[in-house]
Each structure stands twice: as structure tokens, then as C-alpha cells.
Design a protein around this ligand. Structure first.
Ligand code: ADP
Length: 387
């Protein structure tokens, strides 16, 4: 009996020992895992500290979870910790439009806007900030702030421009030459198809040349916008009427909502039409089903707001900050097939700057995109962020 008892005692001691050992090694593993995670987080934090771009991690209520030194500098924040433990964004910036953008943009949306920020530090120096707000997982949002340095941007863009333009012109030209060369050698019945493809490439070439010329004109200091009184409803419906057939062919509804009593606007006619045409054209091209809505409002302060909303595929957060770059195409195949040049939005932004206006975009992948154009009462009083 004593033997059985001591055997049982021995076995349970062994079992307890094994359990203790297992728990100990699990605990050690967990500690090592947590340490690795802390190290990774620390390494990431150190990288963010050296970035020139401001990075702010926000909770869903707009509370700041982290802000790197560049963000603090760009926002002009003083005496606040970079990991504040959920202080409201208002403690970091007093700039109401920026706070509104964060609070009003649904967490799943991506938004990009340019702001002229008056900092606490130096109210004479008004940095132009390009702010991109994007979801970062289910519970957080990331805000990236980039200061626009005009001269730097112009110099870099100029260099890229020649290379990009040559490449973009070469692609359809080479295709055109190849196709026309083939026409002589293929059997009669294949010629129609080749000619159709040649025509498509020639149209692409012509669109590219038109957009290049328009962009060059808009960027030239010699081109001065010529504002004049325009009937808002006539200017808007002229653009939408021209695109109605294209929309209807795809089964899309193209609707326009104008103010009940639209007043004339004071703007350059070419610039106004080009801006609206490009936005509505994109909405029609990229939307596969549903509708495109052009909503026009005239505010009491004399500004005009035009929203072009579509039920298209939306724009991914990663590419949204790039869509206004020259030659940038998000969906290369679709853009080329529809005669796109990758220059439309660059032209839109540029023309708006010259008109004293500005543009912002909100997009939810799978739901749709909304571009908002804001125009001042007169280009002589440009809106903040317009230049
Ligand atoms: P493109 O000629 O390629 O349309 P744009 O400069 O007009 O050039 O637009 C740049 C990119 O932005 C497009 O290639 C597309 O990926 C994206 N884009 C623009 N408008 C929309 C929209 N309404 N819906 C979805 N994507 C869009």
C-alpha cells in the first residue's frame, strides 16, 4: 500500500514538474515574442522619427495615438508628447478645415486635400500641406502630411516630363507604324481589323497631343486665364450633354443637380469646361454600373462647389495620393483602352490653381469616388491652398 502511494506520489510529482516546465517555456517564448514585437515597434518608431513627411496615427474618434517629429513641426505643435495617449487632434492643430476633414471623413474612406496651415509657431510662414488620410486597419487611421515646396517639385517634374512625354508618344506611334506596315502584307479580310486598331492608336496619339498642349498652355506663365461672366447652368449642361451618349451606351445614368436659381459665375470658360469635362469623363469611363451625379452648389460667400460623384470601383488608398501626377495611370489597361492619357487630373489641378480654386477627392474602394471642385467668387481672391 505504502509502495503504491509513493509510486502515485512520484508520478504526480513528475506530472506537475512536466506541467511547470511546459508553462515556463511557454512564458519564456511569450516574453521573447513580446520583446521582438517591442523591438520591431521601436525600430519602426526610429525610422518614422527621421522621415521628412509628417505621420500621425489616429484612433477612430480623431484622437492622436502617435505623431512623428515632422508632423509636430508641420502642424506647428509645441510641448506635446509624440505618444500622447489619445489626446484630441485639436490639441495638435487649430486648423479647423483639417480637423473637419478628419472628423467628417468616414473611417473607411481615403481623402486627400491641400491646406494652408497657420501654425502657432510662425503665423507669417504658411506651409502648404498636402494631407492624405487613409484607413490603417479596422481601428486606426493614418494621416500623412507633406509640405509642398514649389521650386523643388517643378524642377523634378520638368525632368520627368520630357522622358515621360516621349515614352507616351512613342507607344501609340510605334503601334501605328507597325499596324500600317502590316496592312500591305495581310489578306484583304484582315485589313478592316488592322485599320480599326490603327485608328484607335491614332486617336490615342491625338488625345495625348491635345492634353500635352492643354497642360503646357495651362502651365505657361504667358497664359493668363481670362475670367468672364458664364451662365453656370449652360456651362455645366454643355459638358454633361456632350458626355451623355457615352454614359448611356454603358447603361449609366448621368444626372445633374443645379441650384434652383443659378447665378452666373466669373471664370475662364476654357478652364471651367476642361476641368468639368475631365472629371465627368473619368467618372463615366471608370464606372461600370450605376450613376454619375454632378452636384452644383453656390455658397453664400460667393464660392461655387461642384461635386462629381460616381458609383465606380473607387481608388485604392495607395494610389490616391498619386492620381494628380502627370502621366500617372491607376488602371493602365483601362485608361489606355478608353483613350486616357494619364494627364487629365494633372491638367484639372493645374487649371484650378490658375483659377484660384482647388480640388479634393474622397474615395471608397468598391463604392465610388467623389471629386469636389471649389471655385472662388473671383480668381482675384484665390481660395487657401489654390496656388
Ligand atoms: P487617365 O487618362 O488615366 O484617366 P487621369 O489623370 O484623368 O488619367 O486619372 C489618373 C488616374 O486616376 C486614372 O488612371 C485612374 O486610375 C484614376 N481615376 C481618375 N478618376 C477616377 C474615377 N472617377 N474612378 C476611379 N478611378 C479614377
Amino acid at each position: 500500500m505504502v509502495q503504491i502511494l509513493s509510486l502515485a506520489l512520484g508520478a504526480s510529482t513528475l506530472l506537475l514538474g512536466a506541467l511547470w516546465w511546459r508553462e515556463r517555456s511557454l512564458r519564456l517564448k511569450a516574453i521573447a515574442g513580446t520583446e521582438l514585437l517591442t523591438q520591431k515597434r521601436e525600430a519602426m518608431r526610429r525610422s518614422l522619427e527621421h522621415l521628412a513627411e509628417g505621420v500621425v496615427l489616429l484612433g477612430l474618434e480623431g484622437e492622436v495615438l502617435y505623431a512623428n517629429p515632422a508632423a509636430m513641426h508641420l502642424l506647428g505643435t509645441k510641448d506635446l508628447p509624440s505618444t500622447p495617449g489619445r489626446l484630441p487632434l485639436e490639441r495638435y492643430t487649430h486648423h479647423r478645415p483639417l480637423i473637419d476633414m478628419v472628423m467628417k471623413t468616414p473611417p473607411a474612406n481615403t481623402m486627400r486635400r491641400v491646406f494652408e496651415i497657420e501654425t502657432e509657431k510662425d503665423s507669417q510662414h504658411l506651409p502648404m500641406l498636402e494631407v492624405t488620410l487613409a484607413p490603417a486597419g479596422a481601428e486606426r487611421r493614418l494621416m500623412v502630411l507633406q509640405e509642398l515646396r514649389a521650386e523643388e517639385a517643378v524642377e523634378r517634374k520638368r525632368k520627368d516630363f520630357v522622358a515621360n512625354a516621349s515614352h507616351e508618344l512613342k507607344t501609340p506611334t510605334a503601334a501605328l507604324v507597325g499596324l500600317l506596315g502590316l496592312i500591305e502584307v495581310v489578306p484583304e479580310e484582315k485589313r478592316g481589323d488592322l485599320l480599326e486598331r490603327a485608328k484607335h492608336n491614332a486617336e490615342g496619339l491625338s488625345n495625348m497631343i491635345d492634353d500635352l498642349l492643354a497642360l503646357t498652355r495651362a502651365e505657361s506663365p504667358e497664359w493668363i486665364p481670362d475670367p468672364q461672366g458664364l451662365s453656370l447652368s449652360a456651362a455645366v449642361t454643355e459638358v454633361t450633354d456632350a458626355l451623355k451618349e457615352r454614359a448611356e451606351k454603358k447603361g449609366l445614368r448621368l444626372e445633374v443637380q443645379l441650384p434652383a436659381e443659378p447665378k452666373d459665375i466669373y471664370a475662364d470658360a476654357f478652364a471651367f469646361r476642361t476641368v468639368l469635362h475631365n472629371l465627368v469623363l473619368n467618372a463615366v469611363v471608370y464606372t461600370m454600373e450605376g450613376q454619375v451625379l454632378v452636384e452644383v452648389k453656390q455658397l453664400e460667400n460667393g464660392c461655387t462647389e461642384i461635386r462629381v460623384k460616381d458609383t465606380g470601383p473607387g481608388i485604392d488608398a495607395e494610389i490616391l495620393p498619386r492620381i494628380f501626377e502627370r502621366f500617372f495611370r491607376g488602371d493602365v489597361v483601362h485608361s489606355r483602352a478608353s483613350g486616357g492619357t494619364g494627364l487629365g487630373l494633372a491638367l484639372v489641378r493645374h487649371l484650378l490653381r490658375r483659377m484660384g480654386g482647388r480640388i479634393s477627392v474622397q474615395s471608397t474602394p468598391g463604392v465610388g469616388t467623389e471629386f469636389m471642385v471649389e471655385l472662388p467668387e473671383t480668381p482675384r481672391q484665390p481660395l487657401a491652398g489654390a496656388n
